[in-house]
Ligand binder design. Sequence first.
Ligand code: LMR
Length: 336
Amino acid sequence: MRRHLFGLLPLLLVSAFCSSAQAADPVVIRFSHVVASNTPKGKAAEKFKELAESRSQGQVKVELYPNSQLYKDREEMEALQLGAVQMLAPSLSKFGPFGVREFEVFDLPFIFPDKSMLYATMDGEVGNRLFRKLEPKGVKGLAFWDNGFKQMSANRPLHEATDFKGLKMRIQSSKVLEAQMKALGANPQVMAFSEVYSALQQGVVDGTENPLSNIYTQKMHEVQKHLTLSNHGYLGYAVIVNKKFWDDLTPNIREILEKAIKETTTYERDIAQQENDNALAKITAAGTTTIYTLTSQQHESWKQALLPIQTEFQNVVGKDNIDAINKLVKKGTSKK
Ligand code: LMR
């Protein structure tokens, strides 16, 4: 017996060594996204990496994959569910094909007069409700990140709501955005973000919408002659993780990551507007695109064309969500 145990000793030592080596292996978070690194989302992803790695003293390693280098829009959602990546921050317009169309409440044109109401919506009852809907799909929502209000571009001036007639406009995979382009008389085309530049260049589509930071960093202004500062809709993000991955973390690591996300969210919301303002300055300086600001009369005519979508889509995005937003907006505007 003694001899037998003695014979086992090297094996026991090897296995003790292996398990301590395993315990020292860092938790790896593969974080994929579709935009450039010098955008609000790209910079926030870098900030999160820095905080998560330093605060965990190397117990967490964050691998960033920007610019669709790993997955395009739709593929990244599938990769998250399968556990091929652990973290994403898709735009709120991309949750429809995932089966949670309520996220498209953020796509409703002209629903948010300013960002304070947006943050109140994201961080309150509506945001919580949306995140709860992700859990049965194996996904957990951690935070909402900002980008900004969207602007319209094309190779034709877009001043009146009627100027969109017949244009092929690239949209994200959202039914609300589809209805928005149809209400303007345009022909919406769903397309992955990574394909927009070449589609515009080759004339596969005539125009698009995005916040300025995305337009500039993807060089869309180089292939769009006209840009209208319309602020007609909003684009933001939900930071999401694979739920099983998250639940399996040790409480200590989870707490470190939760704090890192919270701090990153404050940072991200602080820089988003500045990034968009910088992009406007750079697009202006590039001189490739005529930039137009709507008159108040034109703004009103866009609103008239697009506001009915709120009622048409209340069953899709949830009347409770629209009502909650309108209540916040009323409260916010009465304070001013
Ligand atoms: C788009 O597809 O137009 C944007 O949502 C990309 C992004 O993530 O900002």
